[in-house]
Design a protein around this ligand. Structure first.
Ligand SMILES: Cc1ncc(C[n+]2csc(CCOP(=O)(O)OP(=O)(O)O)c2C)c(N)n1
Length: 569
């Protein structure tokens, strides 16, 4: 965040998004105003997410597809907010989930145009079927999958490293170290995608996604015309075609590795005289090393900064042969370190996250890297009060509070009650004073887990899910429950938005949700729509009790708009 913006937010005790809402400006228009005053050397200030978004627009995308998820949400929000998106007919809207986003982008690539699909790291699990198979179909128009990882789980349920997915699928991955590279890599990624006829991943992490830096833009490229694949069997993955495509994909790996070895994004510097130790740093991790020595040029050891994958095997061999030992500094998992160890985990030449020189989990920071390099520091800098972590909580007057209040009446009356929740603001029902839920695993898992538990004999078995998550992946679970007429209750907390990630539109708004519930086959007598307000508490408790006693699946739609969208309307 910019210092001036930071101090305004600090004084008003608001976050950046809330401030923009109050001022009735969006991030893009704020940026343009800010850039008007701080423009230097024709550079512009962008969040990492915005640099990717602007890069995509300048590199001639025809479509951007995404499902919100921190820290990737701002990519699509930024593209949506620019007038040029509509002026140039760039398709840009939220998809139901990451899999549909991935497939829509693949369809655009099939038609010969450039497209991006954006998601957070766990979103790639949802999109995995489409993604892994897109490596077998290959791309036609440039296709980039932008995935934002969240080491340290600032707002996620795991810290998986997307580089494993790239290796698993056999596609190249680019990993910017700063905002300028994020911007440039969109151009490079599309060129690579169209040259190799493969999807390309751009991986970034929270720290880059949500910090601002200067970017110098390139000339804008025209969008591609529609042009179908030369081989009209390319996208038909019947086994005979898939086998042939898969062989071609394996064959391409040599060229991809050779491109990595000569990439401008893999910087091998063997100039330093002290070769007692060499450093291999990946993505933004090179910045921590550079910061400790006062810049990349001042790093006193040979180093390799890796930002293009598959791993540049030749460069890695070169630095290994020059140095007595190697320190791996990787943001995320010990991805290259493990490969370098091979089956010899105790190889003394290697240190990093595997031997405890760096913490095995969590985001890197300058102090951890300093310790690994044997440099004394004064310890972690104290954060100003406004930055101190505070436990999250439901907003005052949030409708979910009233839903949990009547759910808790049922739990109090019957200790057998089990509540399978999902991912959204209502996950905070796990915390005091509610303590109202028993599970939260992944998006969509509430209804299916409640069904599995009901199958096991649990009663009452309740699922709690939000409207956006229902559209994302809850609906298929309801289909299962209806198919078997499982005795359970699904509570859909419909606040008319995707609140957790910043109030993006919910795809099931405007009456779609009710039609979907009916269309899944829920008995109309078992569908109850209620308003979670304190004054309706008794009535709502009775309705839930009734739903629990009904035969088969019951659905309660607890409908009241999120307080945040109420405020901004
Ligand atoms: C696979 C995946 N994609 C995206 C996210 C980010 N995310 C967390 S909750 C959520 C949706 C919340 O919306 P809703 O279910 O309507 O609940 P609300 O927050 O509005 O109460 C999203 C998109 C995630 N955690 N996992």
């Amino acid at each position: 965040m910019q210092p001036i913006l930071y101090s305004i937010c600090d004084r008003l005790k608001l976050n950046e998004r809330r401030l923009f809402k109050l001022l009735n400006v969006n991030t893009a228009s704020f940026n343009h105003k800010l850039q008007g005053t701080v423009r230097m050397n024709k550079s512009e200030l962008f969040l990492g997410d915005e640099a990717l978004a602007q890069g995509a627009l300048d590199a001639g995308i025809s479509g951007a597809y995404a499902y919100p998820g921190t820290p990737s949400t701002e990519i699509l929000e930024y593209i949506q907010s620019l007038p040029e998106t509509a002026e140039n007919s760039v398709h840009c809207d939220w998809s139901s989930n990451e899999k549909t986003a991935m497939e829509e982008a693949l369809g655009m690539s099939y038609a010969g145009k450039r497209a991006i699909a954006c998601m957070k790291h766990v979103g790639l699990n949802v999109a995995a079927d489409a993604f892994v198979n897109s490596a077998i179909t290959g791309a036609n128009g440039g296709l980039i999958v932008i995935v934002a990882d969240d080491p340290s789980m600032h707002s996620s349920q795991n810290e998986q490293d997307t580089r494993f997915y790239a290796k698993f699928a056999g596609v190249p991955l680019l990993e910017p170290a700063n905002q300028q590279e994020a911007y440039d890599m969109v151009f490079a990624g599309f060129e690579l995608s169209e040259k190799m006829k493969l999807p390309v991943i751009i991986r970034l992490t929270t720290r880059l996604a949500h910090s601002r830096g200067n970017v110098i833009r390139k000339d804008k490229l025209q969008q591609n015309e529609i042009q179908y694949p030369e081989d009209d069997r390319q996208f038909i993955l019947l086994p005979a075609n898939a086998r042939r495509n898969y062989d071609a994909l394996i064959e391409k790996q040599k060229e991809l590795t050779s491109l990595s070895n000569s990439s401008e994004y893999n910087t091998l510097n063997l100039g330093a005289e002290n070769s007692e130790m060499g450093i291999i740093a990946t993505g933004i991790a090179i910045n921590y090393v550079a910061e400790l020595f006062g810049g990349r040029d001042a790093i006193p050891y040979p180093y390799l900064a890796v930002r293009q994958y598959p791993i540049p095997a030749q460069q890695i061999q070169e630095i290994f042969s020059k140095c007595d030992k190697i320190l791996f500094v990787e943001e995320g998992a010990p991805f290259i370190e493990e490969m370098a160890c091979g089956i010899l985990p105790n190889d003394l030449k290697i240190s990093g996250r595997l031997d405890g020189t760096l913490p095995r989990t969590g985001e890197l920071n300058p102090d951890a890297v300093a310790k690994a390099l044997g440099i004394a520091t004064e310890g972690v800098a104290q954060l100003p009060e406004v930055c101190k972590p505070r436990p999250p909580q439901l907003c005052k007057a949030c409708p979910h509070i009233d839903s949990y209040n009547f759910i808790n009446e049922i739990i109090a009356a019957d200790a057998n009650t089990r509540v399978f929740a999902d991912i959204g603001c209502y996950t905070l029902g796990a915390l005091p004073p509610y303590n109202a839920i028993h599970t939260t695993v992944d998006m969509g898992a509430s209804i299916t887990m409640a069904k599995g538990a009901a199958d096991a004999g649990v009663h009452p078995s309740l699922a709690v899910i939000g409207d956006s998550t229902f559209g994302h992946s809850g609906i298929t679970g309801l289909l299962d429950a209806c198919y078997e007429n499982t005795k359970m209750v699904v509570l859909i907390l419909d606040n008319d938005t995707t609140a957790m990630t910043g109030t993006q539109d919910s795809i099931v708004a405007n009456g779609i949700l009710d039609k979907l519930v009916n269309g899944c086959g829920v008995n109309p007598e078992n569908v109850h729509v209620l308003n979670p307000l304190p004054k309706n508490h008794e009535e709502n408790t009775v309705t839930l009790k009734k739903a629990i006693d009904q035969d088969g699946v019951s659905v309660i739609i607890a409908r009241r708009p999120c307080i945040q969208i109420r405020r901004s309307n």
